[in-house]
Design a protein around this ligand. Structure first.
Ligand code: UT7
Length: 323
């Protein structure tokens, strides 16, 4: 077995900013309701770039920061719940867009936990020696799967992509992890249903195209499962919260983060949050956050960080990563 090391974080978000006030002109809502219930002030909504293009932007930026040329990348693992197509994978489109000719590329579907799952998969390929490096991307254009008449969901999400490069290294990478799914609750968050469609079947009704979510259910599930998951990765790594520089939660809702902080008896300044600027970008939220933290000098060489995601599936998972 080899060790792995995370060498670069990067992001790419669409330029177009949509504020809460902008949304109050489309649905019956207000900046006050959205901010007080979620911590979100604005989000990016793509006007022209699809998921593959946002992911290619984040991927290219990560390769530049890592000083690796696209031809030298051996693996691309991409997490999304808003792919360009059902087939091919968005990762294969990114492979073409960035010129990563020699990579193996595939997608992971784990909704808002997607980046944690994707990083875990890439880390194992590195540790087993099959590949020497990997580009891990989380990216979404959730705007195309939202019902823009449903104020309960359309105000929450945003578009964007984040990425990291992980490679064979001396120490670091993913130190411990804790991944879960609960398919019993799959219908708590669904989107882009593809109905049966053939000449032999009458069961062809087109329903459930847009994202539907039981917000309360997801809220309660997240505040129940995430603290236990964080304690689990600490226990597996024989570390305590004192060893951790920051906790980087999926950026769904600041009230969820406040409850997690209370349950872990940690001050809020140990958690990084940027949902005020981007909303919930699903699989992209954690790598966008890590990228901003690196840019702001909040994390650097040898720092240990806990990333923790939760969402549709249901899925949830945490990992301790060392930079
Ligand atoms: O990424 C992972 C997946 N998603 C999540 O993590 C989301 C988790 N859930 C949440 O963040 C919260 O449950 C929400 C932000 C979605 C909702 O907050 P809430 O405190 O659970 O509100 P609610 O759904 O119970 O709605 C309260 C009221 C309702 O009105 P009534 O029935 O009390 O009269 C809603 O109709 O707020 C109303 N409402 C709104 N009002 C203004 C719902 N959406 C809006 C809105 N603007 N955008």
């Amino acid at each position: 077995m080899y060790d792995s090391k995370i060498v670069a974080f990067a992001k790419y978000v669409p330029e177009n900013i949509v504020t809460n006030d902008d949304l109050s002109k489309i649905v019956e809502t207000s900046d006050d309701w959205i901010f007080s219930r979620t911590g979100i002030r604005e989000r990016r909504i793509s006007l022209s770039e699809n998921t593959s293009e946002l992911c290619a932007g984040a991927g290219e930026n990560a390769l530049l920061k890592a000083g690796i040329s696209p031809e030298d990348i051996e693996l691309i693992v991409l997490a999304t719940m808003s792919p360009d197509y059902s087939s091919p994978s968005t990762a294969c489109i990114v492979q073409k867009l960035i010129g990563a000719k020699n990579a193996v590329a595939f997608d992971i579907s784990a909704a808002c936990s997607g980046f944690v799952f994707a990083l875990s998969v890439a880390d194992k390929f590195i540790k087993t020696g099959l590949f020497k490096n990997a580009l891990v991307i989380g990216g979404e254009t959730t705007s195309k799967i939202l019902d823009w008449n449903d104020r309960a969901t359309c105000v929450l999400f945003g578009d964007g992509a984040g990425a990291c490069v992980i490679e064979r290294g001396n120490a670091g990478g993913v130190i411990s992890e804790d991944l879960h799914s609960d398919g019993e609750k799959y219908d708590s968050l669904t989107s882009s249903f593809i109905p049966l469609n053939n000449v032999f079947s009458e069961n062809t009704k087109d329903c459930c195209k847009w994202l539907r979510m039981d917000g309360r259910e997801i809220f309660n599930f997240a505040t129940r499962k995430v603290p236990a998951s964080i304690n689990s990765v600490l226990e597996k790594a024989k570390l305590s919260l004192d060893d951790i520089k920051y906790i980087v939660p999926h950026q769904a809702n600041s009230r969820i983060v406040e409850i997690i902080a209370r349950k872990l008896k940690l001050p809020m300044d140990r958690f990084f949050m940027n949902m005020d600027k981007y909303g919930n970008t699903s699989a992209a939220s954690i790598p966008i956050a890590l990228s901003e933290m690196a840019e702001q000098g909040l994390i650097g060489e040898k720092d240990k960080v806990i990333i923790t995601g939760f969402g549709g599936g249901l899925t949830w998972g945490s990992a301790i990563i060392q930079i």
